[in-house]
Design a protein around this ligand. Sequence first.
Ligand SMILES: C[S@@+](CC[C@H](N)C(=O)[O-])C[C@H]1O[C@@H](n2cnc3c(N)ncnc32)[C@H](O)[C@@H]1O
Length: 337
Amino acid sequence: METLKGFPFPSAPTPHPSPLASLGLARWCAAGEAGGLPTRPTMQRWIEVQIETHADAADLVAAAVAPTTGGVELRDAETLLSVAAGRTCVVALCQPDRAGLLLDAVEEALAAARAAGTAVDPVTIRQREAHEDEWRDVWKQFFRATRVGRRFTVRPSWDAGEAPAGEFVIDLDPGMAFGTGAHPSTRLVIKLAEEVREKCHSLGHVLDLGCGSGILSIVAARLWPLASGLAVDNDPQATTCATENLERNHVVSFQVRTGTLAEVTGRFDLIMANIQADVLTELAPALPARLAKNGLVILSGLLLAQVDPLLAAFCDAGFTLDARADEDEWGALRLRL
Ligand SMILES: C[S@@+](CC[C@H](N)C(=O)[O-])C[C@H]1O[C@@H](n2cnc3c(N)ncnc32)[C@H](O)[C@@H]1O
C-alpha cells in the first residue's frame, strides 16, 4: 500500500489510528464519518468485515469503505498480521446497522476496479461479530517492553522487563488510545525531542497535542522534570487513558484536557503534535500564537510524500525548518518561528 501506507487518503476524513496500528501490527489508515472527529465503535458489539483481494485493488476498497466505518486496517505481506504476498486484506469495523452499506460499497468498488482493468480477483469477504475486548487481547500478545529513543523503555504492566541503569522507564497501558512507542511516528517525536534536550536543559511549558496514551507527555516530563505541560486530545477515550498513564508514571506537572488547539491558550516552549498531515496543515496558521519566543514545534504522523507539502504549509505560516527525521515510510519535522 505505497499510497496506503499509514494514511492512505490525503483528503480522507480523520483516520482512526487503531491500537493494532499503534503497535505496527497493521497499517494506519483512514476511517470515520466524513468530516467528523475520529469515530470508533465504542459500543461493545460491532461487525468486522474482512475483504481480501489483489493488492492493486486494496486502495479502492479501503477508500470505498472508509465513509461507513469506524476503523479500517490494511494487512499485507509486510504487516505482522499478514496475508500472502500480492494480496491485501482490508479489515473494516462498523456498527451493525451499517454493514449492508459497507458491503454495497465494497461490491461497487470491486466492480469499478474490474471495469478499469485493475487486478482484483480472487476476492474473499468474511464477516463476523466482534467485541472491543478482542483488540486488547490481540495486542497484549505483541506489546512488550520496548526500547525507544536513546534512553526510554516503554513497558506494559504484563511485561515489566528489565531496564538498563540510567534508562527512563515509562509504564504504559494504552487502552484503546494510540501511543505505545512502537509506531515510527511516535518514535520520531521522541528522537527529535531528545535532540532538543541535548542543547536545552530546561523548558517552561510543553504542549502535547493529540496526546493519545500520553506517552509524549511522559517523555517530556522525564526529559524536563521542571517543565509544566498540557496534554490535549479530541478523543475522550484518549484523554482518560492519558490521565491514567500520567498518574501511573507519577507525572503531576501535566494537565490533560479533551479538545483541540482551539481550546488551548497560552504559549509553549515545545509543541509536539503527532497527528496526520491534513489535520496538521489546518493547524498551521493557529500554531504561531501558541509558541513562546524561541519555541519549537515537532510535527509527526507524516508519510514521506507528505513531508514537503506540510513543510511548505508551515513555512507559509512563518516557520523555518530546524530538523527532519525519517523512519521507514514516516517523516517528522522540527520547526521554529
Ligand atoms: C497518532 S495519535 C498520537 C498519539 C501519541 N501522541 C503518540 O505520539 O503516540 C494522534 C492522536 O491525535 C488525536 N487527534 C486527532 N485530531 C486531533 C485534533 N484536531 N486535536 C486534538 N487531537 C487530535 C487522536 O485522537 C489521536 O489520539
